[in-house]
Design a protein around this ligand. Structure first.
Ligand code: BES
Ligand code: MG
Ligand code: ZN
Length: 491
């Protein structure tokens, strides 16, 4: 993680980054007259206009010292939102890393919130997957330290910035888990990671192994995972930051460590990335770690339903009828609709054991959601308007965007089964796939306020935002931590 210090003045060496708004640049006052004059000269020469994402770089040698200056455009103030600033931070980070700089100074004339978004973008983009590379000097170095030259009336700006950057370090931990392929991350190794996390962040951990899963009749989780030599695990972490009689928020994450589709096998071009299908699970582990580090005065439970969906003589099959933890029976119409099955049991288990005030599940649940909303919006479904509103507010605050999708009562009816209480997948119409998946989950929520985030399109991708690095984005962590922080303010 990049270390950030507050420095009183600029040093005329190393790398200097100056983020600038188009409408302020003419009268710029960085506190350094030479720099101000230099910027004005560049403006007069039309070398730099401070358009959004524009970067002017110059390298100046002075005797044995050298200076790299990056003038960074933020465009017009009135057109600019926090996400644009965050993305600009991401671009700057990658530019510095491309120049093999590991340190830089940032001269800020921004407001606190603008600076936080910028540095959040820098920190988010300061990430790479290098654990499997034998070449220990990869092309893109990582930034190690940043000096910030910034003045603020708010005495606690450094503390607030520190918290924002702590959250980013948890995003990186989520990305590490999600980016690790399935020969390394399988249910028992994910459970081990959860144990490590529980020690590091002082959380209570409980792992149900194969015997307990069978004994406790978590039938859906068992059905999905029993076909692999790596048997399923139900991972529970508890954070008790609130008082004892305060009901917890229950977070549930889909932890499919590899989704081959099972007997409804996925074809080439659809199967390769399916080691990422535990992104929801990794994200809830990250969220609860962040809650503990931020010492939020609330109680939170995180449950990860971990299983590997494979093909074998002991795998579940289309037409099987399985009894869920809550006693209902489910006819399997498609083994590739496995996420809703493991989530359903985890939700029922969480309700029974923890009596939550609210439930939020995160899951890479449907290709249909990805088709509908692409990779910038997660689908959100809910049975409760207050919860939905609070999540939309958190999405607004963090620019981790959500878009509400409907669960029409008729879509719920499409899960009717001839033989059992329900089917797991509407294979007759195949319409509104994201909604029927959510409708299935809704049947297990017992009317407790619940929201489902379908992160299939946003969790992992090939068209990363500037502050992403390809592969896992860590989407959902900043969003839900913001939601929980806001909740904590109102207790
Ligand atoms: N893990 C997939 C969903 C997914 C697809 C996530 C692409 C990320 C990228 C999920 O288990 C799945 O296979 N869903 C099926 C459901 C269908 C069988 C109703 C799908 O979306 O095709
Ligand atoms: Mg599947
Ligand atoms: Zn899946």
């Amino acid at each position: 993680m990049v270390q950030i210090h507050h420095a009183p003045t600029l040093k005329a060496q190393g790398s200097i980054v100056v983020p600038l708004f188009q409408d302020e640049v003419k009268n710029i006052k960085t506190g350094n007259k030479t720099l101000d004059q230099y910027i004005k000269n560049r403006l007069a020469a039309k070398d730099f206009e401070a358009k959004l994402h524009e970067v002017f770089s110059s390298h100046i040698d002075q005797g044995d010292k050298s200076l790299t200056l990056l003038l960074v455009g933020l465009g017009k103030k009135s057109d600019c939102n926090e996400e644009m600033i965050r993305e600009t931070g991401g671009h700057v980070c990658k530019r510095l890393r491309g120049l093999k700089r590991i340190e830089a100074q940032i001269s800020s004339t921004l407001t606190d919130n603008q600076l936080f978004a910028f540095l959040e973008g820098v920190a988010l983009a300061n990430y790479r997957v290098d654990q499997f590379k034998t070449d220990k000097e990869p092309a893109l170095v990582l930034l190690k330290s940043l000096s910030i030259i910034h003045t603020s009336k708010n005495k606690s700006w450094q503390k607030e910035l520190g918290e924002r950057l702590k959250i980013v370090s948890h995003v990186h931990q989520v990305r590490d888990l999600v980016n690790t392929p399935a020969d390394n991350i399988y249910p028992e190794s994910l459970a081990q990671k959860a144990k490590d996390i529980s020690k590091k962040y002082r959380l209570k951990v409980t792992i149900l192994g194969e015997k307990e899963i069978v004994k406790q009749k978590l039938g859906l989780l068992w059905a999905v995972g029993k076909g692999s030599v790596h048997k399923p695990r139900l991972i529970t972490l508890a954070y008790n930051g609130g008082n004892k009689n305060q009901k917890p928020v229950l977070l549930v994450g889909k932890g499919i460590t590899f989704d081959s589709g099972g007997y409804n096998l996925k074809p080439t071009n659809f199967i390769e990335d399916m080691y990422m299908d535990m992104a929801g699970g990794a994200t809830v582990l990250g969220i609860i770690s962040a809650c503990s580090e931020l010492k939020l005065p609330i109680n939170v439970i995180a449950i990860v339903a971990a299983a590997e969906n494979l093909v074998s003589s002991s795998a579940y099959k289309p037409s099987d009828i399985i009894r869920a933890y809550n006693g209902k029976t489910v006819e399997i119409t498609n083994t590739d609709a496995e996420g809703r099955l493991v989530l359903a049991d985890a939700i029922s288990y969480g309700i029974k054991n923890f009596k939550p005030r609210a439930i939020i599940d995160l899951a890479t649940l449907t290709g249909a959601c990805m088709v509908a909303l692409g990779d910038r919006y997660s689908g959100v479904f809910s049975n409760n308007n207050d919860l939905l509103k609070a999540l939309k507010q958190a999405a607004d605050n963090t620019s981790e965007l959500v878009w509400e999708l409907p669960i029409h009562p008729d879509y719920e009816k499409r899960l009717k089964s001839e033989k059992a209480d329900m089917v797991n997948c509407d294979i007759k119409t195949r319409m509104a796939g994201a909604s029927t998946a959510a409708a299935f989950l809704k049947k297990f929520t017992e009317e407790i306020p619940w929201a489902h985030l379908d992160i299939a399109g946003t969790a992992f991708g090939n068209m990363p935002r500037a502050h992403d690095c390809g592969g896992s984005s860590g989407f959902g962590l900043r969003l839900v931590v913001n939601y929980l922080s806001n909740l904590a303010k109102n207790v």
